[in-house]
Design a protein around this ligand. Sequence first.
Ligand code: ZN
Length: 690
Amino acid sequence: MTDNPFAHPSTLPFQYPPFDRIRDEDYLPAFAAGMREQLREVEAIAHNPSPATFANTIVALERAGRLLERVETTFSNLNACNTDPQMQQIDTEMAPKLAAQRDAIHLDPALWARVATLYRERDALHLDAESLQLLTRYHTIFVRAGAQLSAEQKARLRDLNQQISSLTTRFKQNVLKATADGAVVVDSLSDLEGLSAEQIGAAAQAAKARGLEGKWLITLQNTTNQPVLAQLGNRALRERIYRASITRASAGATNNTVVIAQLVRLRAERAALLGYGTHAAYELEDESAGTPQAVREMIAQVAPAALARAKAEAADIQQLIDAQAAGAGTAPFTLQPWDWSFYADQVRKARYDFDQASVAPYFELDHVLKDGVFYAAQQLYGLSFRERTDLPVYHADVRVFEVFDASERPLALFLADYFARDNKQGGAWMTSYVEQSRLLEQRPVVANHLNIPKPAPGQPVLLTFDEVTTMFHEFGHALHGMLSNVHYPLLSGTHVPRDFVEYPSQYNEMWAREPQVVAHYARHYQSGAAMPPELLAKVLAAQRFNQGYATTEYLEAALLDQAWHQIGVGAAPTAAEVPAFEAAALKASGLDYPPVPPRYHSTYFAHIFEGGYSAGYYAYLWSEVLARDTGEWFRTHGGLTRDNGEYLRTQVLARGRSDDPQALFRSFYGRAPEIAPLLEYRGLAGTSGG
Ligand SMILES: [Zn+2]
């Protein structure tokens, strides 16, 4: 271990990982040494002859396991954004071992006795508020992990956790492979009519990279609807891409129906063992929502307006299809899911009178990042950013920025990893390499990952407004990590409930469309000219367009997630019954509307079957209620100002989970959240139900 890059804390600034020294061969020995070290430390805490104190038990647990933390964090981050077959093999091998290690700690009776004693006597400990919150979290985590079960039940729980962990790893690897394999090969350039020269170049490049020189490859994004469908005029190709998308991981070597059937049954069984009727009841108890009932009620508040709007949007589209067919003397057809984006885009053009090609030159990546994303953070929180080219990176596309406070104090490092790669998970996300903690004297190192198609060499990176919004969204998560100012690592930054964690990110999205911010970043990449005000007004007005579709596809996925996890052990389907179960769940949701498929079908719904969002996909909407309410607060308090930013920072963004997050929101806002600003933001207000 002596020359293993994980053996000691990194000596680079901010304990930034020494990416240039890390080889795949380093992971397994570091995991093994880290697990041994953590077990030794925890053992010493559990069997300390001195009576339990907050310092010798809870704080000691916070300090334990640093080597494991270093290797596990860096490995899981890189395995998500820059994986290779050997890393996937390591992931498969380690997942059940790490699950077992967590169980060994949480199910240790001697350790639990100390945590339970401290929690029982908490009033006499005279802890400060953050320390009391930490003790409460430890108690909750141990109880939820099964600390109170009998020895026999604990053995069964260990077994279940390992099986579940292996299955989630398999699900993830199946999706990654099936998504790459699902890429659609196009033989004829004429079929690509509608794509820009840059996109065609990228498709040729992608084909070449797979040894298909002279052809074009349309790679799949992780959602059901593929963004490229908005542009492709060839209806048969659109259908081919759509079908490639929805059949992913549903048959053959990457068949996830087998994984899903086992996973939902095991999760239900585990919930029963822990005393809950369903996995959803278990998961939601530790969220802001609290119960499946609360989730259903929140969704029910939005669903009728969303579906009514989607149907109105579909009627507009059908009208356009019919008119075009009549004009061309061809047979009209009924709107299908693979037609929606293509015609919606034309309705959008007609209604708002602009197209993507006319706005893209104003959304160049570097302008958006520095003059938009960073600019808003500077206006609000006084942050400044300096690119560092002296630090090693794991891929040439990654950029590193040092972040400074208003007083020029170094605050954090920010990694920007924006381009799509075959060995990168789909979607966009934020992650931490080092988490802020005063106890551990750590300052944050955080990363944002997107999947922007990389243009051919020499071409500018021109974004859609959706991609611009995603950059602001992920940077909102990054700010939550970077502005964290707490003592204990467990309560740091984004360690908040899932239905709260999307609040800072969704809140930050709104700055992408704030006139002062957008005027600053939306500049032509060649001439530097500002976007013409009338074009900008159209782009912003168009943001409410198609929200019926967007909200409905999301709610369908959220309800599908609840359906999979609101079942008892006996109700879990077999692998062969998975498609029928999904269809029945959609039907029962009342949102089953064929032109608008769920944002994810089950076999590639990574959030709920491998990510941390099982029974929690509703969380985006729950968080968005807080985010839009916060937008309303800024609107009525003078908008983009340092004072306003500072207030949100001290009340929410710096606080992590040092207090109950719902309480943080209430103290920021002065009342409980309301849903009206969300409906307004999505343009669903005033849409009648039914
Ligand atoms: Zn997010």
